[in-house]
Ligand binder design. Structure first.
Ligand code: SF4
Length: 91
């Protein structure tokens, strides 16, 4: 087994969420200590990230962080729903 930090200095050229270059050290911990949902897509060109994930995370952990993230539109709609609910409760 290799160290979990062995690829921490590998840099992805453009993070679509942050709008900048980013090191794998950030990406592998960004969801409460677990990797980003997009980690397989972003880091596949850099190293065998699928093997890394298989080696270091349990099937349950993999299921949790590889589940599709909520899209931007869904997040906006959820926020609007919460605001709308808050206004209706104020009436
Ligand atoms: S894995 Fe996530 S945090 Fe890292 S570069 Fe890709 S989108 Fe950004």
């Amino acid at each position: 087994m290799s160290g979990i930090d062995q690829y921490d200095t590998v840099r992805h050229f453009w993070c679509p969420q942050l709008g900048q270059t980013i090191n794998f050290a950030y990406c592998r911990k960004v969801q409460g200590g677990l990797p980003c949902t997009r980690v397989l897509t972003c880091f596949a060109p850099h190293f065998d990230v699928a093997a890394f994930i298989d080696e270091h995370y349990t099937p349950q952990e993999r299921d949790s962080f590889l589940a599709p993230a909520q899209g931007r539109v869904e997040r906006v709609l959820d926020t609007l729903d919460r605001v709308r609910q808050g206004r209706e409760e104020e009436k």
